[in-house]
Design a protein around this ligand. Structure first.
Ligand SMILES: NC(=O)c1ccc[n+]([C@@H]2O[C@H](COP(=O)([O-])OP(=O)(O)OC[C@H]3O[C@@H](n4cnc5c(N)ncnc54)[C@H](OP(=O)(O)O)[C@@H]3O)[C@@H](O)[C@H]2O)c1
Length: 280
């Protein structure tokens, strides 16, 4: 079983560098058993981080997460998210309580604002800090925040304790390398890379096939190994299919060479100027 490195958060606590996504889970009763089984398999294979949100399956993904975690909660690191429409002072607290109930747990290790909405940021922040004081969440962070949003947050009282920013990042979406990733790196704020294989759409790219052939690996493993090599980046591929799950985990054992990185830079050029933050 590959061991999963940990990244230090600004709080001094740590976050695993690899986890399981859950977007698309909890949407249909027919898939429920398969989804719970997939998460359990991931945990059995040594993955401890699970990323979910109140939005996914309108709470269904959190229920599946709760079911899969039964009997092993203390080994696990749970990330969930509040929807912007709920992110008022009182709404954030109520949303968190609902998430805790759905996941049958008393705490969330990392609780994120899913994206910026109309509630003022300082209101959401107040609620997150209050949830943290009460032990309902251990750390808090944001998602889909660009550099200017991060700067605005850091200027608020307590805002510089933000533990993570979860954004779209993979070889085909390298825009954050221009400014947001260095900004977060400088402040030791891990970036969580979502859609790390672009929901499968990038896997036919010929550069990935070239590198995969060098290592007797697969395109998904190369894409994930590349993310694992980026400083301060957590990646959270989602896989319900057991073969996908096992295949992806093997990326932890794949060490890319300097030549591989150069070839990947040719196939997926890094940004030369500021790009708007992508969102899925
Ligand atoms: N904060 C945000 O706004 C935000 C937005 C999007 C996603 N997220 C989080 O990030 C997680 C990951 O992103 P994502 O789900 O969008 O996309 P992803 O992890 O890039 O891709 C997931 C898709 O790829 C398939 N897949 C997985 N491994 C594969 C492999 N080795 N070969 C071929 N296909 C493979 C999966 O199929 P199977 O399931 O059938 O195995 C699934 O359809 C989400 O689940 C969610 O937790 C957050």
């Amino acid at each position: 079983m590959p061991s999963i490195p940990q990244i230090k958060l600004p709080s001094g606590r740590t976050i695993p560098q690899y986890g399981l996504g859950t977007w698309g889970m909890g949407e249909s009763a027919r898939n429920r058993t398969a989804e719970v089984t997939a998460l359990k398999l991931g945990f059995d294979l040594g993955v401890t981080l699970v990323d979910t949100a109140e939005m996914y399956g309108s709470g269904g993904a959190e229920e599946i997460t709760g079911e899969a975690m039964a009997g092993r909660r203390d080994e696990l690191y749970v990330v969930s998210k509040v929807l912007p429409e709920n992110a008022t002072r009182r709404g954030t607290i109520a949303a968190c309580e609902r998430s805790l109930k759905r996941m049958r747990t008393d705490r969330i290790e990392l609780y994120l604002l899913h994206w910026r909405g109309s509630p003022p940021l300082d209101e959401t922040l107040d609620a997150l800090l209050s949830l943290q004081r009460d032990g309902k969440i251990i750390d808090w962070g944001v998602s889909n925040f660009d550099t200017d949003d991060m700067e605005e947050l850091a200027d608020l009282d307590g805002g510089d304790d933000c533990a993570s920013n979860q954004v779209l990042y993979n070889l085909t979406r390298r825009g954050i390398e221009y400014d947001l990733l260095p900004w977060c790196n400088q402040r030791s704020i891990p970036v969580m890379a979502y859609s790390p294989i672009e929901q499968g759409r990038m896997l036919g790219h010929k550069t990935l096939a070239t590198i995969a052939a060098r290592h007797n690996a697969t395109p998904a493993q190369v894409a994930l190994a590349w993310l694992l090599a980026q400083k301060g980046v957590v990646s959270i591929p989602k896989a319900t299919n057991h073969d996908h799950l096992r295949e992806n985990l093997k990326s932890l054992d794949l060490k890319l060479t300097t030549d591989d990185f150069a070839t990947l830079d040719q196939g997926f050029p890094p940004p030369k100027r500021k790009q708007p933050l992508g969102m899925l």
